[in-house]
Write a protein that binds this ligand. Sequence first.
Ligand SMILES: [Zn+2]
Length: 269
Amino acid sequence: MSRRLLLSVAGMGLLSAAGCQLASHDGGDGAVPAGVLPSEPASPPGSSAPPAPPSSSAAASPASGPVPAQPRKVSNPLFSLAADDRLVALTLDDGPDPVHTPVVLSILEQYRLRATFFLIGENAARQPALVREIAARGHHIANHTWSHPDLRGIPDSTVRDELLRTSDLLGNTTGRTPTWFRAPGGDWSDASLRICAELGMRPMGWSVDPQDWARPGTSLITQRVLQTIGPGSIVLNHDGGGDRSQTIAALRTYLPVLLDEGYRFTAPK
Ligand SMILES: [Zn+2]
């Protein structure tokens, strides 16, 4: 218990130095088209804003941190969207990666797509600027545990540490507490689903898995996505965890095809 607290405090300390850039995280990307930013303005400095919480919050502005998540009801993972048209979600796991994530971001920008990035906490801790960059471009930042363990065989307290530490880090880095969680490998357990809900997150699985993590070749990744995608699909790809050049080449190939076929992409709220 005390160890977790210490870790959290250490993480916050690491981040506080860079935290002052946060103000622009959703204000600076007016260039993002069709901007569906679900941005509840955190606390706009403008005078029309509703009165801020009383007391001394003004003095502690940048460090006040994100709004803590409220517990939710335990639910099963979302494996596909309730869509009967060609609305799909692209999800990218295991980043952020300093080499591959920026390339993925530029591809998404090129096609004006919004995606959900399931970040590993220990990677995010090493790349705070990249985490903020992902968020600033309008993508969703989501929780993929701190160290990517198999959650099925570890104590509940460790599961909780893995999720909470990551949510704390991502919340403090971006100003928004993650609302989605994905178990490594999609290996859910009763405990991980319960703790996910306790920490205010919903679990997200996938319905299209081209196994890109195994590097089967660009054409096979592309083919698997194009052959299995349909209305409401949640597509799993990886921007971290190894050499992702095949995934990147596949994205460049299948995204324009899907767009030509009338698919639209969303990042579920
Ligand atoms: Zn993963």
